[in-house]
Design a protein around this ligand. Structure first.
Ligand code: AVJ
Ligand code: FE
Length: 375
């Protein structure tokens, strides 16, 4: 946020994204709600704020009309909340707690995950800010060498354990861990590239992804107001579910179910992956060949979120914890599941069992494609 002026923090860039000032206030208010009020038992610092920063009550397109905190008032609220949080933390014992909210630091992990997830949401908006310059770019990500290998790799038929086990932090929607039976299938070894997607567009007349523009006979990308020739070697990103599904069919394949995706990701290493906003863009498809998952697929974690064919549904035996508005209110056939995280995802957020979800028409998210085929 540092390079941005206050008017950029307050501006509405898209009706489907909050002004950045709302995200900042919401991050702090959520922290105050759970760590200061709930865990610490303290009174709200400013009684009226909770309603303004409730994500369910306030749809994104009206958030700029609310009397939210802005400028120095916002910055001092954020600092005060953090100070109080640390004070509360210094007075409690997490390791012996029998309250499931505190045991193993669950609620602290959840608040970190929440802040980090909003970092990615804010980056969706930053891509719309003309001339935005990242504070730091790790150039080695774009220079990762590309590995050779087959187009598709095999995942054997069998029983697979899906979801997060009972220990440690995970969201309620990842639990309980349960067994699913899968038929054998093949999965793309790498995410689908810009080159392959451009071929699909040329062949079918399909709409291009968000941030692609035609410039004479070629494609350019337009994030950060920066026009660059499309790099054919990078994973395609900013495709909606409908385009991902249509691409898969055109290629004679299909999107994986989220269970197939999770089985294929077994053995993936989030510490050898393009996550955490390191490179401020994708590594080429086929990078990280030294860290494949057990089936031989690369980049299952990082680079681009991968659309699955699955609706966002509860696992058998699901119990909302610690609040139904994180997952439960979104269950149903309206949302599709995405897996694996993107270059914009903070490392601590992602694991093989992590489930993201969005509406099938959304493409401002860092969403890409990996296809499968029955064997
Ligand atoms: C999991 C990305 C769909 O942004 O709506 C943030 C994450 N939940 N604050 C969202 C979330 C509450 C959530 N997604
Ligand atoms: Fe939130």
């Amino acid at each position: 946020m540092e390079p941005l002026a206050d008017d950029q923090l307050n501006r509405v860039y898209s009706p489907i994204l909050s002004p950045l000032a709302w995200d900042l206030g919401h991050i702090a208010n959520f922290e105050e709600l759970w760590l200061v009020q709930r865990v610490g038992g303290l009174e709200p610092m400013r009684g009226e704020l909770g309603r303004l920063y409730d994500a369910i009550e306030n749809p994104r397109k009206i958030r700029n009309e609310l009397p939210i905190l802005r400028g120095d008032e916002l910055r001092s609220y954020m600092a005060e909340v953090r100070e109080r949080t640390l004070e509360v933390l210094s007075g409690i014992e997490l390791s012996y707690a029998d309250d499931p909210l505190l045991a193993g630091g669950f609620i602290y992990e959840m608040l970190l995950a929440h802040e980090h997830q909003h970092n990615e949401t804010m980056l969706q908006l930053l891509q719309m800010v003309d001339g935005y310059e990242p504070v730091r770019v790790d150039e080695s990500v774009a220079a990762e060498p590309v590995s050779e290998g087959p187009e598709m790799v095999t995942v054997e038929a069998g029983e697979y354990e899906i979801g997060a086990d009972a220990g440690g932090f995970a969201y309620d929607n990842e639990r309980p861990r349960h067994t699913v039976e899968l038929q054998a299938f093949e999965i793309d070894r790498t995410p689908v590239t810009n080159a392959a997607f451009a071929e699909f567009v040329a062949d079918t007349g399909a709409e291009p992804p968000m941030y692609w523009e035609r410039d004479g006979g070629r494609w350019v990308t337009t994030q950060f107001g920066d026009r660059r020739p499309l790099d054919p070697a990078l994973p395609v990103v900013h495709v909606d579910w409908n385009k991902a599904d249509a691409f898969a069919r055109w290629a004679g394949k299909r999107l994986p179910t989220e269970f197939e995706w999770e089985a294929a990701a077994t053995g993936a290493d989030r510490d050898r992956a393009n996550l955490d906003q390191l490179g401020f863009g994708c590594a080429p498809a086929g990078a990280y060949g030294d860290a494949p998952s057990d089936c031989g697929a690369v980049q299952m974690l990082g680079d681009v979120w991968e659309w699955t064919s699955s609706d966002f549904l509860a696992y058998p035996g699901f119990a909302a914890f610690p609040y139904p508005e994180y997952s439960e209110v979104f269950f149903g056939d309206e949302y599709k599941v995405l897996r694996g995280g993107a270059w914009a995802t903070r490392t601590s957020v992602i694991r093989n069992s992590f489930r993201n979800w969005d509406l099938p028409q959304r493409s401002q998210i860092f969403s890409g494609i990996r296809c499968v085929r029955d064997l």
